[in-house]
Design a protein around this ligand. Structure first.
Ligand code: APR
Ligand code: PHB
Length: 397
């Protein structure tokens, strides 16, 4: 067995692991990232695309904001299309000037990978059988295999940035964790196409046939979604069927404006709310999707990963620089306060905008009326806007 060592062992090279790694590296704290897949595989995943201001600032702080600032699209609002009318949510006016940045997670990941390479910090891709050990002891280490050889990585702390299906959460004894979960009876069918966006802002549409979302990656690339039943299979959706269904769920003026084209990618994602408490076990910390999942309606998944990263980074900085080991046990409670607020908002946006077949007529009218109330009231629109641009990060003191 070969032995390696580092200060912080990071499992997973998604946005959580790479961003944490970059911030720690810049602060002179040594990290080693272990990733199960290859870089191309990681970059091949099409994920979210809306960054809160807090995440934008964190990326700049990490020194990886250059391309985002040049190519990302700053959005000062979004559109809600509700039976027969459109409501503009003016994020900037409602939040005292805050905006969001439309920039794909794939691009964030690409920028972080490049920065890590320039920094000369080590990532071991295609690492098999990654297993964390000794998290409740002073002898913390991670074992793994690479090219058939066995390795042991000694470290001070482990960051479990390995997503929902990762090993970090699964290596915590089940009796030490409490799981909160809701699975929705539908999924999102998404397509990526090289077509100009139907509108200059994102459009979230509630419709009797189901929810639809018009998003984008750039001025020439669109990302559109349709609510579909959970058991739907992607092969049943030709491009033509997708475009026809999308048009049927959009207000006429937008449908008339929709430019269609061949899809570059098409996939179905289930919708789930999931939180595990606590987000730590001894010297191992769960970050991002490893600890929580939100349905994508509020665009919060990637942003929550970033706020966890910020919290863990600021705690570790104070631990290494000022010996503040007392802060370590606060990680989970600090993260969870923000996580639950984003869980609530994501659940609410999902509940308001989707069609729930199992709801009786009364429940459907209540949901419609609730959203009507929110959008017709300045206080309601403010509530939507302040959550959408992102709640503040808690200071670490
Ligand atoms: N060993 C090593 N790496 C692993 C293991 C394992 N056992 N299991 C998973 N991984 C890797 C995955 O291959 C992936 O690259 O961990 C990474 C986790 O990345 P993501 O799933 O992208 O999770 P995260 O970095 O927390 O990103 C935040 O929030 O809502 C979402 O779309 C958003 O994916 C984004 C996520
Ligand atoms: C996306 O562009 O993929 C996207 C945008 C907003 C959401 C969800 C996904 O709420």
């Amino acid at each position: 067995m070969k032995t390696l060592n580092t200060q912080v062992a990071i499992i997973g090279a998604g946005p959580s692991g790479l961003l944490l790694g970059q911030l720690l590296h810049n602060a002179g704290i040594d990290t080693l990232i272990l990733e199960r897949q290859s870089p191309d595989y990681v970059l091949g995943r099409i994920r979210a695309g809306v960054l809160e201001q807090g995440m934008v600032e964190l990326l700049r702080q990490a020194g990886v904001g250059q391309r985002m600032d040049a190519e990302g699209l700053v959005h000062g609002g979004f559109e809600l299309a509700l039976a027969g009318r459109q409501v503009h949510i003016d994020l900037q006016a409602l939040t005292g000037g805050k905006t969001v940045m439309v920039y794909g997670q794939t691009e964030v990941t690409r920028d972080l990978m490049a920065a890590r390479q320039v920094a000369g910090a080590q990532t071991i891709y295609q690492a098999d059988n990654v297993v964390p050990h000794g998290m409740k002891t002073d002898e913390v280490f991670v074992t793994f295999e690479k090219d058939g050889e066995q390795y042991r990585l000694d470290c001070d702390y482990i960051a479990g940035c390995d997503g929902f299906h990762g090993v970090a959460r699964q290596s915590i004894p089940v009796e030490c964790l409490k799981v909160f979960e809701r699975v929705y009876p539908f999924g999102w069918l998404g397509i990526l196409a090289d077509t100009p966006p139907v509108h200059d802002e994102l459009v979230y549409a509630r419709h009797a046939r189901g929810f639809a979302l018009c998003s984008m990656r750039s001025a020439t690339r669109t990302r559109y979604y349709l609510q579909v039943p959970a058991d739907e299979i992607v092969e049943d959706w030709s491009d033509q069927r997708f475009w026809d269904e999308l048009k049927s769920r959009l207000p006429q003026a937008l449908a008339d404006n929709l430019v269609t084209g061949p899809s570059i990618e098409k996939s179905i994602a289930p919708l789930r709310s999931f939180v595990v408490e606590p987000m730590q076990y001894g010297r191992m910390f769960l970050v991002g999707d490893a600890a929580h999942i939100v349905p994508p309606t509020g665009a919060k998944g990637l942003n929550l990963a970033a706020s966890d990263v910020s919290t863990l980074f600021n705690i570790l900085l104070k631990v290494y620089r000022e010996g503040r080991v007392d802060l370590l046990e606060k990680y989970s409670e600090i993260c969870l306060r923000r996580v639950w607020k984003a869980e609530r908002f994501s659940w609410w946006m999902t509940s308001m905008l989707h069609r729930f077949d199992e709801h009786d007529a009364f429940s459907q009218r209540i949901a419609e009326s609730e959203l009507d109330y929110f959008v017709d009231s300045e206080a309601g629109r403010k509530t939507i806007a302040e959550n959408y641009v992102g709640l503040p990060y808690e200071a670490i003191e």
